[in-house]
Design a protein. Structure first.
Length: 316
């Protein structure tokens, strides 16, 4: 899928910019290819730089006083510049931008999760900067992420929502200033122990850290407190034989039955068994649990949105 939006120019008669992303979804830790199409205005202009920003819609809690939403820049790359763009000239600036390993997932089996990411293009000409061109960024899960999500679906968990939370999870190697929470509803076998399970992926080049948090029910099992556990799997393990259902079910049992304390850590090695097929969790997504308009609003949300004091990443 190609996203093309001509949203702005540097004044009347100035050059215009249109960024075209390569078809298909990107993946965390991969690259985002495309090109920036420039069209000269009514006069020659000296282009200082063409830069791309990776932006995300993020929620920030304020100590029990509600939440705010804002834009966080989680990557910035200069892809061209220091050239003269003649009047009426058409020029294409190709790029291949790396994505952070912790880039949130926006879809599962082609169904949107509700997480909003974008690529914002900045054109600097003679001291003036324009950030008018914005394109939606679609990110599919890594194979290990997909296997974990699929296992939750096969175990009967349902998809509730996915959002980005500003802040850091203590005791992890988190790099970005925010993290993704995928909220799952429990199947009947766990419904008496937990209200929901929140899933966070923190990927690095060699492995995937899975953070699970249980919003626990009160009573003899839990005293109503949340519990959190962390587990690690290798990316290579997603391609080999492994009983993901048994693996993930073991994680859940440790989390809800043994009342895992905050920061507990378990590393799992190779296990035998077959990878289960199907698209269990995607059924909930496709079933209307994510409103379509949340994806369509990307331009309305990002366009002209202030940073709200949220942290930005520097130039890469």
């Amino acid at each position: 899928m190609v996203f093309k939006r001509l949203l702005g120019s540097l004044g009347v008669g100035g050059p215009t910019v249109d960024t075209v992303l390569a078809p298909g979804a990107a993946r965390p830790g991969g690259v985002l290819p495309g090109h920036v199409q420039l069209v000269g205005g009514t006069a020659d202009h000296d282009v200082e730089h063409v830069a791309l920003e990776l932006v995300a819609r993020v929620e920030a809690e304020h100590g029990g006083h509600g939440e705010d939403e804002g834009v966080v820049v989680f990557g910035r790359h200069t892809v061209g510049g220091d050239f003269r763009l003649a009047a009426g000239e058409r020029r294409s600036v190709p790029f291949t931008v790396p994505l952070p390993w912790e880039t949130p997932v926006t879809e599962l089996y082609g169904q949107p999760l509700g997480t909003v990411l974008g690529v914002r293009t900045e054109l600097a000409v003679a001291g003036a900067r324009d950030k008018g061109d914005l394109d939606r960024l679609t990110v599919a899960p890594l194979p290990a992420q997909e296997a974990v999500l699929e296992a939750f679906g096969q175990l009967g968990f349902g998809f509730r929502s996915a959002d980005l939370e500003y802040g850091r999870i203590g005791g992890t190697g988190q790099q970005l200033p925010f993290y993704q929470e995928i909220e799952l509803t429990p199947p009947p076998r766990y419904a008496h122990q937990v209200n929901e399970i929140e899933l966070t992926f923190l990927a690095v080049p060699g492995a995937l850290e899975v953070v699970l948090e249980a919003d626990k029910r009160g009573g003899p099992f839990a005293d109503g407190h949340d519990a959190l556990s962390r587990f690690t799997v290798s990316h290579e393990g997603a391609a080999g034989p492994r009983d993901w259902n048994a693996l993930v079910d073991g994680w859940v049992r440790e989390l809800v039955e043994h009342r895992a304390s905050y920061g507990s850590h378990a590393v799992y090695g190779h296990e035998s068994g077959a990878l289960s097929g199907g698209a269990g969790l995607a059924v909930g997504v496709a079933g209307g649990l994510v409103a379509a308009e949340v994806v369509d609003e990307v331009g309305d949300f990002f366009e002209g949105e202030p940073e709200d004091g949220f942290e930005d990443e520097g130039d890469a």
